[in-house]
Design a protein around this ligand. Structure first.
Ligand code: COA
Length: 258
């Protein structure tokens, strides 16, 4: 795959996607969103890849938001289309991938950058990371799922305050809020992501993808997550991974999943 705005690296079961526009603090322009979609899609189809890590290039930013220069002149219709297409093509797409995606927040994660991190399955951050949804300071609101996912992750009150003040929180505050799971040094961020990825990769990827569907069902309108869990649980019994996992346990050996 040939990309201009992102880098993709695969190493055994792990894929790393780096958003690579450091001079623009990795701001998400249309081309970057399209490239991210293609990369995630291709990796999802590669069954040797068990975990994806998403990071920004350079030491300053994960992603400093949607590219303001691209939408500053947009009309009402164009604004709506920007949000709709972006949500479908990238943010909802990432959230619903069967391959786990870890956001490694290595600096500013603002606006669309924090929204992208929140669409990932979970987040870790380096100490220098700063997170926020500054859209109302630009006269607009978060449009890539921020008003929905931030309250899911940190609760309504904290989300309202973050959105209304347009302020930034530190990595430690984000951990306190439950927005990121771990905070580490800049040097240790990727090694930590890799360590977590290695734990994930030992498990059944078929079961993990079923678990992602069940967890996500809780946040879907009109869907009963408990029923989805029951169905996914039942379906697990028909998989090779279930046979291998339970047999390995009874034979007191480590399972060998595909
Ligand atoms: N869209 C487009 N370009 C952006 C951008 C964005 N969201 N965020 C940063 N950039 C660009 C800057 O315009 C600048 O480009 P230039 O060198 O061609 O002028 C470059 O990235 C470096 O940013 P700069 O502002 O000089 O860095 P800084 O360290 O002084 O400030 C931030 C860092 C993150 C505080 C500041 O860039 C910022 O506020 N960015 C916008 C954040 C935002 O509102 N995001 C939500 C968008 S919906």
């Amino acid at each position: 795959m040939n990309f201009k705005n992102i880098l993709v690296k695969k190493n055994s079961y792990l894929a790393q996607i780096t958003i690579n526009r450091p001079k623009k603090l990795n701001a998400l322009n249309k081309a970057t969103i399209e490239e991210l979609h293609s990369a995630f899609k291709e990796i999802e189809e590669d069954k040797t890849i068990k975990v994806i890590v998403l990071i920004g290039s350079g030491e300053k930013a994960f992603v400093a938001g949607a590219d303001i220069s691209e939408f500053a002149h947009f009309s009402v219709e164009e604004g709506g289309k920007l949000a709709r297409i972006g949500q479908e093509m990238l943010f909802n797409f990432v959230e619903n991938l069967s391959t786990p995606v870890i956001a490694a927040i290595n600096g500013f994660a603002l606006g669309g950058g924090l929204e992208l991190a929140m669409a990932c399955h979970f987040r870790i951050a380096s100490v220098n990371a700063k997170m926020g949804l500054p859209e109302v300071s630009l006269g607009v609101i978060p449009g890539y799922g921020g008003t929905q996912r931030l309250p899911q992750l940190v609760g309504k009150g904290k989300a309202m305050e973050m959105i209304m003040t347009a302020g930034m929180i530190t990595a430690d505050e984000a951990k306190d809020y439950g927005l990121v799971n771990h905070v580490t040094s800049q040097e240790e961020l990727l090694p930590l992501a890799e360590k977590i990825a290695s734990k994930i990769a030992r498990n059944s990827s078929v079961a993990i993808s079923a678990a992602i569907r069940a967890v996500n069902a809780n946040f879907e309108d009109g869907v009963n997550g408990f029923n989805v869990e029951i169905d996914e649980f039942g379906d697990s019994f028909g998989t090779d991974d279930f046979k291998e996992g339970t047999t390995a346990f009874l034979e007191k050996r480590k399972p060998k999943f595909n």
